[in-house]
Design a protein. Structure first.
Length: 146
């Protein structure tokens, strides 16, 4: 009979220990975020989608050379002050967000953004086209400002 009550006391004690965590969270304010309406902040060192400010690009091709998987495609025509950027594409399907291209950019025109909502339905939509159609003149003056 003694063991019977001992087993009951032990089972009640284990239930109390198991519910201890649940009870502490029960009295706390919920941390649920209603996603489309509310957005959480991202960390300062978050690496999101790449962004290029074409007006600051000098067409030096350093970002293309530093990319370990060659996801950056740049076509440049002309030399010196007459340099024109024909295409500037980044394939985010293969980009590993290492940030090497951002580090070597002498003008700071290429940056990793804090954008985290980048889901698309087609794979081709992950190729970012910064310069299409009409060529853009490279900003050689941006090097002198830095």
């Amino acid at each position: 009979m003694k063991d019977y009550f001992k087993n009951i006391a032990l089972s009640l004690w284990t239930i109390i220990l198991g519910m201890k965590v649940t009870i502490t969270y029960f009295f706390q304010k919920p941390t649920t975020v209603q996603y489309p309406k509310e957005k959480i902040g991202v960390a300062d060192n978050y690496r999101g989608e790449l962004f290029l400010n074409v007006n600051e690009c000098t067409a030096c091709l350093q970002c293309n050379r530093s990319c370990p998987i060659n996801c950056i495609t740049i076509e440049v025509e002309g030399k010196g002050k007459e340099r024109m950027i024909r295409t500037f594409n980044i394939d985010m399907n293969t980009c590993m967000l290492c940030g090497l291209c951002e580090r070597v950019c002498s003008t700071g025109g290429l940056k990793l953004s804090t954008k985290y909502e980048v889901a698309v339905s087609k794979k081709d939509d992950q190729i970012l086209h910064f310069v299409e159609g009409e060529p853009i003149k490279a900003n050689i003056e941006a090097l002198k400002k830095k």
